[in-house]
Design a protein around this ligand. Structure first.
Ligand code: PEP
Length: 251
């Protein structure tokens, strides 16, 4: 079954506006051939400007890295889904382990934000993944199953089809330690299996599941060649246009 392949960059809290626009232009310029989509997860402040430099390239899409849980009102400093939508963003990254660990986001809150994003006709990139102690205790499949069920399984089939899942083991994010291709494949197959149980084989075989955690030009090809790995969510390595270009060309 053909699935949409994606190389998504998560810039996190990096780049000034000028640097971000320059990076996005370079990525868009170098993204020419192939079927994989490229998604740039920029800081909120960069969304509208980055949209301007990528909009002529149909393969390059724009993502926010989060949204606030309320729709509007007296929430100083918060960014709503309507604000994000108005910049031309196509995707919103939700449930990133940094949001869960540093900002205390719960499965319930993430599920609510998933609904908000879908209600504005944007697509969520839903992140899940276990910390090291959970993997050491061999409870990683249980935890990831729980995150996926609580975050997504309230969705209708039609809405679930719009979601991209990113499996990001916490111990591999920003650490330089990458899950082995076998470890990634094992968890991706597991996620697809629980999706199949809930939504059926057809939908499970169609959902894009990205791997995230120290993806680099040197390991992308092997990771992306695994049966159930449909691309990557890339942090650090997405900040370098040349390196990210190499990752984009790893499918
Ligand atoms: C991420 O932030 O989603 C991520 C995977 O980061 P890195 O590639 O730097 O490990």
């Amino acid at each position: 079954m053909k699935r949409q392949q994606i190389a998504a960059g998560n810039w996190k809290m990096n780049t000034t506006l000028k640097e971000g626009v320059r990076l996005a232009s370079a990525v868009a310029k170098n993204t020419k051939t192939g079927n994989a989509l490229v998604i740039l997860g920029t800081p909120f402040t960069h969304l509208a400007s980055v949209k301007q430099v990528i909009k002529s390239n149909k393969r390059v899409k724009l993502a926010a890295q989060n949204c606030y849980e309320k729709e509007s009102g007296a929430f100083t400093g918060a960014i709503s889904v309507d604000m994000i939508k108005s910049t031309g963003a196509d995707y919103v990254i939700l449930g990133h382990s940094e949001r869960r660990a540093i900002f205390g986001e719960t499965d319930k809150l993430i599920a609510h934000k998933i609904d908000l994003v879908l209600s504005r006709k944007m697509k969520p990139i839903f992140c899940c993944g276990e910390p090291l102690d959970v993997r050491k205790a061999k409870k990683h499949k249980t935890l990831v199953s729980q995150q996926v069920r609580k975050g997504l399984f309230h969705l209708s089939e039609a809405d679930f089809k719009k979601v991209v899942i990113a499996y990001e083991p916490v111990w591999a994010i920003g650490t330089g330690v990458t899950a082995s291709p076998e470890q990634a494949q094992e968890m991706h197959a597991h996620i697809r299996k629980i999706v199949a149980k809930k939504y059926g084989d057809k939908i499970a075989n169609k959902v894009t599941i990205l791997y995230g955690g120290s993806v680099k030009p040197a390991n992308a090809k092997e990771l992306f060649s695994q049966t159930d790995v449909d691309g990557g969510l890339v942090g650090g390595a997405s900040l370098d246009a040349k390196g990210f270009g190499a990752i984009i060309n790893s499918f």
